[in-house]
Design a protein around this ligand. Sequence first.
Ligand code: IVH
Length: 447
Amino acid sequence: EEAFDRIEHPAPILSLDNAFSIEELTTWQERITKLDERVRGSGFSLEPKLDGLSVVLHYENGIFIRGATRGNSLVGEEITENLRTIRSLPLRIPQDPDSRPAPARLVVRGEAFLKLSAFESLNEKLAAKGEKTYVNPRNTAAGSLRQLDSSLTAKRPLSLLVYQIVDSSDPLPGTQQETLEYLQLQGFPVPEYDIVQTLDEVIEHLEKWDLAREQIDYEIDGVVIKLNDLDLVNDLGVVGKAPRGAIAYKFPAQVVTTQLEEIRTNVGRTGVLTPYAVLEPVEIGGVTVRQATLHNFDFIAEKDIRVGDRVMVKRAGEVIPYVMGPVTDLRTGDEIAYDPPRVCPVCEEPVEHFQGEVAWYCVNASCEAQLIRNIEHFVSRPAMDIVGLGIKIVEQLAKEGLVRNVSDLYKLQREDLLQLEGFAEKKADNLLEAIQQSKDQPLARVI
Ligand code: IVH
């Protein structure tokens, strides 16, 4: 492929060795302490290990002039225009004109990634258009950065966190802490970090990061532990392509295998059919997983996923768990190949396929599934924001025939609601009040 120009990096863009246990961390520390006693006094920085792609950003006199992928660590691909679409990438530094002027030449390294929320909403949009959805945020970010048309990159809104100075015409900060402080002052987005003195403290903090993982809007697959003293890191040198003075502690895998018991189909608001797996319940990262998405029917066919298969399931942060594929070695011969449904699982009308799209649709406008999803969307926070009108109630209203389209919501009477299960007078009045209030929402929300 010759689609992108090549850019030589001013210094090798190194990778990291991994530690999969506390024991391996201790071994690492002992090994480098033997090589250099200064390790005892250096202290450590801890940063999230972002599950994205390394990018290298070149600034001349404070202007972003070009950027590259990591490539083979010595030479990367020039993706300047795509990087310019990243909103948090400063095109000019320092961002704050009162701070120290930018060096004549500065090359920094960071990670470009897709937030989980951006990944989910991108997939929702693709699915609604009948297009193929992406499997995980990292693949999506990789695809996004390598688009030949940067207007396509802009539609997959990437985030950036910068954590290293690769080269500078000014003297380099002596510690990782000073590096991150300096980068932040220049206007770069930097990761959150901890500075600690001992390995025991490092270990204490790992737990905190493991827990934080559930809360933050991007995937991290571990914690990067760096000696804070960067001269020391430099002196310790490199083994293969990894510096001795840093290591990636990887969290226990979020991938498990379990039995695929059944394949069922959801019908979305636009009528798109989405298959999902019913699994033998399994724990992933402290959460019991019973279902996982199968993306689309082509995915099932491409991966040759069969009912009864032992499948690998991945759960990352708050992303819906997904089936990665079957463990074919464990097949017994009793697995059953899967045929996509020919009729809508809700209204039983025939489903349709449009040329050039991967999706199958239920095209029956009065299909109850579509009605329910439509109303759910209408009452949701970004749209009309009708508080108290959750999925359960929408389903109740649709099943009882009280609501056949969104405008029926505004015709609901107190008596209608009181006949529903679980509705007392106060609940009915509150809901009617909320529906009335939503009439004050601006027109943009209605559309
Ligand atoms: S430092 C010498 N810090 O992880 C510096 N890397 O598995 C080496 N990564 O190739 C990299 N978050 O793409 C560093 N906070 C972080 C990181 C990070 C993610 C990536 C990076 C590297 C890979 C190694």
